[in-house]
Design a protein around this ligand. Structure first.
Ligand code: SF4
Length: 1014
């Protein structure tokens, strides 16, 4: 051996030894190895080892729905990477959809740390694998394993279900609760007794086709009570956009592919974002680094990057910043005049524009509505504008352009009223304060406000705003409306480089198979327990009170008539708690942890422990956590890697995209899942739409619905057929049939021709539209509708706040900051000692309570901190690492955590990453199982090939089971929970969860707290 060879060999060995040393002394090396793109698959091409499988599927580490390529060896998941067909995993520049599957194996897409850690979720030692029944009072952590048949019999038939532990209560089962009799003949609008079953869906788990499957089940049962998690994620964000589009459209974000300038308020595209890190994040990093776009981040906490300019702000004050910008934009004529002057769709079309606005329409503010042509004898429902050529009032369809600035008087129905154009209303609103006052109210220097306004209007319509959960506060809907108006002013809504609506997903619900409809379902209907989509003023209670001359206000609880199909599980639980407008008898909670995930959610412990409020609670979940703790029965479930299908869109995407999820490995729950539970209950109760002939087909036939696999097979066939996919080539069909666990069943239930198209879909992990097709020659976005953008919203202006009996505020005013349903100041209610505002958002490595199961992710970010501004910390004598107590009027003993002080937090703010702490971590509490805990959870054995690969014993600290005990894992539940400090408001003598006052959406940015060193 030459010296050179020897040196090279030495270096090679030394390098290997170095790597080994890193692996031996820290887990980071192991994590880095796991998340680094692999060449293994690439080297093998499509000729994979006989014991190696590769499945393109969809992640559920958070709710972003990234495509993942999962590798399994000997039926054990060994590696998770990004699916390169999936735009979200490739910075929205995926490999062409037509790329043969074998070719695709040469490219690995991005995946985040949680996504790469997915196997830990699947193989979590604490995963529940058997049906469980409470064996002590609710919340006592005592359980026993029961058989599937026992579970079904008990929940369907009811009876004295807990007499064996001394509870004499008779509990109604699904069979007896189901009834087409009216709940209350005096209140027919409430619907039938079947509405007393309420299904509550948690965030992230509620992914298609399960929500459609579940709503279908409820429809077959006869209940309207499906409530999802939109309130704790984004309802105020949706609402702000609904206010700005006359309640026609929402789910808009910047076109990150070509936008030049973005002001992001309360959403950090470099961190938790909406939700998940991929796609938008990598595109933004690349474009900002290249100087192609600029991002300004307005938030109480700085971004963890210098790629964005940070504008610190205090909660609730964003509206002052935005109104200051609008004032400057209007005063300096920096708005898109031509765009705003258009009076109608036709006028906009002539200008090559997609949207038009009510900037020129006359409004009578005292009547809280637009002036109509019929008011002046000029027509019917048309709006009235001022013709700039003649100065006369005309119907909006008579001229293409209207006057923007106008104030006058008109006689309407014999009353003289002041009228203004929509533009004038906003201008007057913006001028209610001087520039200095906006600066003072927002705590943002005036020069910064002017700079933002100038920059935002310097790119034509190639600028946009982004906002999200940081606007989840009591005035959130209004703030989001003001933010949306910035886009309206420059004409960027719906255009390339502007603000565009999500492309959504391809249709899986209908087509060849009708997966939403149930033949023979009860008529159903009625008021939902979350009081969504129904007006209090339409209830019998209200009408009777009015008839008797009584004041009908306040209502027993808030009502949310404008939610447009969105859900609100916090409000559902408040309704259940107050038995308002009717009592619920059975709660099915699915993947939901309201106690942990809602700010102030500990209020629900009282609800869940009271059998009078919830007589029967069945929780479906993969891990034991705060929600399951208070259930009567626990139904185990598939994970996203072993059986939970997916056929919906991304959380947000500029193009149409449907990543599909199918199982990679056999399920630890041995076939037990949420679908199995619902199907078996349906069959036992005798509900229509299940078993043979359960699903109607387009050609008038029926096919059977007996399993989740059936439903997913039909959903995939609908997708493939609706998207007009080609037949897969034989090589890809063979690949799918060899690698995909669902293949035998799908092939059996689908027609042969359809199966070939479904193979094309499965081999690519979904169906993804090329981004080249999403803008037309005018630059209009295919999925952003042509619509009226509203400077004044009649529906909002005329809606009555059930707390006060007065109309809701008609415009986004600063005075709405930090006020509750009764218009009380939250600062005053909390008192001066609670001078800080508590703010929370997600860490990029932590999405939900269940993120604690992702060992690699939690190894990197094991706990959270109480983050404070350095100057304020100093005045409180708090240094980095000190233990501090954060308390609120609602949790006087407070929560204790480690301080982190920096100048990266706004003054007056305490920041705590959510999803940490005692309430938040499935597995952080000990529980017992009569007859042996090993029968209840998956368990963990070191030494097996799989476990050695995935789990470092140092990471899996729990001994897992010991006799009847499922032991707590001290790694989980570290840090503290900000949510438990969350405010709870008084409402007519009772306490309710604080929320956005119009939408009922969660409040995560306005909770008054006190901080002290301990
Ligand atoms: S961002 Fe969310 S969905 Fe995407 S890989 Fe990470 S955890 Fe999975």
């Amino acid at each position: 051996m030459s010296n050179e060879e020897s040196r090279r060999g030495f270096l090679k060995k030394a390098g290997a030894a170095g790597a080994l040393a890193v692996f031996a002394t820290t887990n980071i090396g192991k994590i880095a190895e796991a998340v680094t793109p692999s060449e293994q698959i690439e080297a093998r091409g499509s000729e994979l080892d006989s014991d190696t499988k590769v499945v393109n599927t969809t992640c559920l580490g958070c709710d972003a729905r990234c495509g993942v390529r999962v590798q399994a060896n000997n039926d054990q998941i060994t590696r998770i990477q990004g699916n390169p067909y999936s735009p979200q995993n490739m910075g929205f520049d995926p490999i062409p959809y037509s790329t043969p599957h074998a070719e695709s194996l040469k490219v690995a897409g991005q995946v985040c740390l949680k996504g790469a850690s997915g196997a830990h979720y699947n193989y979590d030692p604490l995963r529940i694998v058997a049906p469980l029944k409470r064996n002590g009072p609710r919340g006592a952590d005592k359980w026993k394993v029961i058989s599937w048949d026992e579970l079904l019999k008990e929940v369907v038939e009811g009876g004295k279900l807990f007499s064996d532990i001394g509870e004499d209560r008779h509990i109604e089962g699904f069979k007896s609760v189901r009834s087409s009799d009216l709940l209350d003949p005096q209140q027919p609008e409430l619907g039938t007794k079947s509405n007393q079953v309420s299904m509550i869906y948690g965030g992230g788990g509620g992914q298609e086709p399960r929500p459609t499957f579940s709503k279908r089940w409820l429809s077959s049962y006869g209940s309207v009570n499906y409530s999802d998690h939109s309130d704790i994620c984004q309802l105020p964000w949706y609402f702000g956009q609904l206010f700005g589009t006359d309640f026609k459209s929402d789910n808009y974000r910047p076109d990150y592919d070509s936008v030049r300038y973005v002001i992001a308020l309360g959403i950090c595209v470099f961190e938790g974002a909406k939700p998940g890190l991929l796609g938008v994040t990598s595109k933004t990093v690349e474009r900002v680094a290249n100087g192609d776009m600029k991002v300004v981040y307005v938030n109480p906490k700085a971004p963890k990057t210098q790629l964005a300019k940070w504008v610190p702000i205090q909660p609730g004050r964003d509206v002052s910043l935005v109104m200051g910008m609008i004032q400057w934009i209007m005063a300096n004529n920096r708005f898109n005049k031509k765009h705003l002057e258009n009076t109608s769709k036709q006028a906009a079309e002539k200008d090559g524009e997609l949207c038009w606005s009510s900037a020129t329409y006359l409004v009578a503010p005292s009547l809280r509505r637009f002036v109509r042509a019929s008011d002046l004898g000029l027509g019917d429902k048309e709006y009235i504008v001022v013709d700039p050529a003649t100065g006369t009032l005309v119907a909006n369809d008579k001229v293409d352009a209207g006057t923007l600035e106008y104030t006058g008087k008109l006689t309407i129905n014999g009353e003289e009223v002041v009228v203004k154009t929509g533009f004038q209303i906003f201008k007057d609103l913006a001028n209610e304060q001087t520039p200095d006052e906006w600066s003072k109210q927002s705590n943002v220097p005036l020069e910064t406000i002017v700079e933002l306004a100038k920059e935002f209007t310097s790119y034509g319509n190639q600028a946009a705003t982004d906002s999200y959960r940081g606007m989840d506060q009591p005035n959130g809907s209004y703030m989001n409306w003001a933010i949306f108006m910035l886009n309206t002013l420059i004409g960027s809504v719906g255009v390339k480089g502007g603000l565009i609506k999500t492309g959504g997903g391809f249709n899986f619900k209908t087509g060849k198979y009708d997966l939403a409809m149930v033949k023979g379902a009860p008529k159903g209907g009625g008021v939902r327990i979350d009081r969504n989509e129904f007006k209090y003023e339409d209830t019998s209670v209200y009408k009777n009170k009015v008839a008797k001359g009584e004041n009908p206000y306040p209502a027993n609880l808030p009502w949310f008539p404008l939610t447009k199909g969105r859900g609100s599980y916090t409000q559902a639980l408040m309704g259940i708690d107050q038995k308002y407008p009717y009592p619920i008898k059975i709660v099915i909670s699915y993947f939901m942890d309201a106690i942990a995930n809602v700010a102030g959610g500990q209020r629900y412990i009282e609800t869940f422990t009271d059998p009078d409020k919830i007589p029967l609670h069945i929780a479906c979940m993969t891990q034991y956590g705060t929600q399951t703790k208070y259930a009567d029965y626990i139904v185990p479930d598939f994970t996203y890697l072993d059986g939970q299908y997916y056929t919906g869109g991304y959380h947000w995407s500029p193009m149409m995209a449907t990543p599909v999820r199918t199982p990679v490995v056999e399920s630890a729950s041995k076939g037990i899942s949420f679908e199995k539970f619902l199907i078996d209950v349906a069959k036992a109760v005798g509900m229509p739409g299940y078993g043979s002939n359960g699903i109607p087909t387009k050609d008038g036939n029926q096919v059977s619905l007996d399993s989740a696999d059936d439903y997913a097979a039909y959903a995939c066939a609908n997708l493939a057929l609706n998207a007009k996919l080609p037949d897969a080539k034989q090589e890809e069909i063979s690949f799918v049939e060899k690698n995909y666990l669902c293949a035998p069943h799908f092939k059996k239930v689908l027609e042969a021709g359809d199966w070939k198209k479904v193979c094309y879909l499965l081999a690519r992990g979904g169906v993804f539209e090329p981004k080249e097709q999403i803008f037309n020659e005018k630059g209009h976005h295919k999925y952003s509708p042509a619509l009226l953008l509203t400077f004044y919203n009649e529906q909002l202006a005329t809606m009555i706040n059930p707390g006060t009996g007065k109309p809701y505020h008609d415009l986004p005013r600063q005075q709405l900051m930090g006020r509750d349903f009764f218009d009380r100041s939250l600062d005053e209610v909390a008192g001066a000692e609670h001078s800080f505002n508590l703010v929370s958002s997600r860490h990029g490595a932590m999405a939900f309570a269940r993120s604690h199961n992702f060992y690699w992710a939690t190894e990197i970010v094991p706990e959270n901190f109480v983050e404070l501004n350095i100057d304020e910390a100093e005045s409180l004598n708090i240094k980095d690492g000190d233990m501090v107590r954060v308390s609120s009027p609602y949790l006087k003993e407070g929560s204790v955590g480690k301080a982190k002080v920096s100048n990266l937090i706004s003054k007056g703010v305490v920041f705590i990453y959510h999803s940490y702490g005692r309430y938040n971590s499935p597995g952080s509490q000990e529980w017992t199982v009569e007859g042996g805990a090993d029968k209840a959870v998956q368990g963990f054995t070191l030494g097996s090939e799989r476990n050695n690969l995935l789990f470092d014993p140092k990471l899996v600290k729990a001994g897992v089971v010991e006799g009847n005990k499922v032991k707590a894992d001290p790694r989980r539940g570290k840090g503290l929970s900000g949510n438990e400090l969350g405010s709870v408001w008084e409402w007519d003598g009772k306490t309710i969860i604080s929320s956005d006052i119009v939408s009922g959406g969660g409040n995560f940015y306005y909770h008054k707290v006190k901080v002290e060193k301990i």
